[in-house]
Design a protein around this ligand. Sequence first.
Ligand SMILES: *[C@@H]1O[C@H](CO)[C@@H](O)[C@H](O)[C@H]1NC(C)=O
Ligand SMILES: *[C@@H]1O[C@H](CO)[C@@H](O)[C@H](O)[C@H]1NC(C)=O
Ligand SMILES: *[C@@H]1O[C@H](CO)[C@@H](O)[C@H](O)[C@H]1NC(C)=O
Ligand SMILES: *[C@@H]1O[C@H](CO)[C@@H](O)[C@H](O)[C@H]1NC(C)=O
Ligand SMILES: *[C@@H]1O[C@H](CO)[C@@H](O)[C@H](O)[C@H]1NC(C)=O
Ligand SMILES: *[C@@H]1O[C@H](CO)[C@@H](O)[C@H](O)[C@H]1NC(C)=O
Length: 468
Amino acid sequence: MISSSKIRSVDFYRKIPRDLTEASLSGAGLSILAALAMVFLFGMELNNYLAVSTSTSVIVDNSSDGDFLRIDFNISFPALSCEFASVDVSDVLGTNRLNITKTIRKFSIDKHLRPTGAEFHSGPVPHFIKHEDEVDEQTVEGSVPLNGVSFDRLSHEYPILVVNFYAPWCYWSTRLKPSWEKAAKIIKERYDPETDGRILMAKVDCTEEVDLCRRHHIQGYPSIRIFRKGSDVREDHGHHEHESYYGDRDTESLVKMMEGLVAPIPVENQRLALEDKSNATKRPAPLTGGCRVEGYVRVKKVPGNLIVSAHSGAHSFDASQMNMSHVINHLSFGKTISPRVLTDVKRLIPYLGRSHDRLNGRSFINHRDLDANVTIEHYLQVVKTEVVTRRSSRAHTLIEEYEYTSHSSLSQSIYIPVVKFHFELSPMQVLITENSKSFSHFLTNVCAIIGGVFTAEGNQRTKYVQKN
Ligand SMILES: *[C@@H]1O[C@H](CO)[C@@H](O)[C@H](O)[C@H]1NC(C)=O
Ligand SMILES: *[C@@H]1O[C@H](CO)[C@@H](O)[C@H](O)[C@H]1NC(C)=O
Ligand SMILES: *[C@@H]1O[C@H](CO)[C@@H](O)[C@H](O)[C@H]1NC(C)=O
Ligand SMILES: *[C@@H]1O[C@H](CO)[C@@H](O)[C@H](O)[C@H]1NC(C)=O
Ligand SMILES: *[C@@H]1O[C@H](CO)[C@@H](O)[C@H](O)[C@H]1NC(C)=O
Ligand SMILES: *[C@@H]1O[C@H](CO)[C@@H](O)[C@H](O)[C@H]1NC(C)=O
């Protein structure tokens, strides 16, 4: 039989009879101090538990082969016509996509970068423009050469003035020449400028009449423009309203086109020429010489180029006159992140997103005339940053973000000047992980604080009692 007194003797903390304990003033002070310490330590621990901590590591980018990278851009070119602006993408794996149109929108802009109208659409243009096959030995001279003064006079005199803006050195101008002259001769015979006077075919040598060509924003040769007396007299702040012809360039097609132009105009009654919208080979000529190109392209995750240049299958360009100055409104890689998510993540990692759109607002303007045929190249180093959270038991990606650094350079081009964005994706990516916190660990810490402070106080008290 074990007596209850024996069991009682096992008690760790023996009870002291109440009349032996005594509350002392100094003891109370010690207790208050201990309580304060406890509260303070508890607060620190709670703060630590609630705080978000992240760890950053650099790992090999393991995006799979089929992944594409999206490049969003919005770039204004004050001196490149939408008529010819073209976006090409190429990469080291041999992908070569020229003249991307599906995901790109173009807007004509003036030199202050303001859009001058609705979206610019390059209509359906035949891929192969017909030219005269056999070239006559003796070239007929049918069209009237114009200069700045005679252009102004004749464009007010004839209801329809069709002008071939050409450059003698240009391949396509040379191919157009025989059929143009022949067509002009035929038209002259059918509609005598003296007696009929409804139409005149003329030509302007842009190497001589530089100002006249610049005034009409001629950037590619040959450009065939149709001036109508009615709409050109109504000059609007120096803007001429006229059309550009993009059709076949053999004699027969040209003559047919001219006859189509003349048909709606009655003889000897030079009323305002009506615009006929019937033929798709004619489209309004750009009012201004600039273009804003915006949209996106998808590229493989390998080094490559995004190139904006003047491009045409049936025009030549004068490299020394091209001006590839541009203002970048926006250029970014990867999916656009909604501002709400971004501010959410920025709370976690304040430096994130700083170089997401690094070229934003930068302008690259060529001022010096000496710097003709300059290609502008941007070298972009792209790094992927992934933020992973482990809040809920499973890890999941909060955000996938691409940042880049850029270096720009000017170089003399061998062919025509272009704007080139050379991008290279780093093989390493930054992984930011939000560390998880365990609640049981927090509880343990809290218990340790309470126990520890109690013990410390007890020790102090024992010493104090022994001293007295
Ligand atoms: C990339 O690596 C991480 C861990 O390093 C892994 O969790 C993830 O599934 C990998 N992704 C792919 C697409 O292989
Ligand atoms: C492109 O930039 C221009 C100028 O900043 C702006 O007016 C236009 O809305 C932008 N386009 C898009 C699609 O964001
Ligand atoms: C680009 O392609 C579209 C449609 O294929 C065509 O209409 C347009 O003329 C082309 N532009 C250039 C500059 O080649
Ligand atoms: C447009 O003009 C071309 C030649 O100038 C002609 O071949 C074609 O039939 C015309 N199309 C229409 C719809 O009138
Ligand atoms: C190119 O165009 C820009 C913008 O219109 C202009 O400021 C610059 O002087 C031009 N440069 C040359 C060499 O013509
Ligand atoms: C521009 O390029 C052409 C060749 O395309 C070259 O003949 C000419 O000298 C270049 N002009 C300048 C100013 O470098």
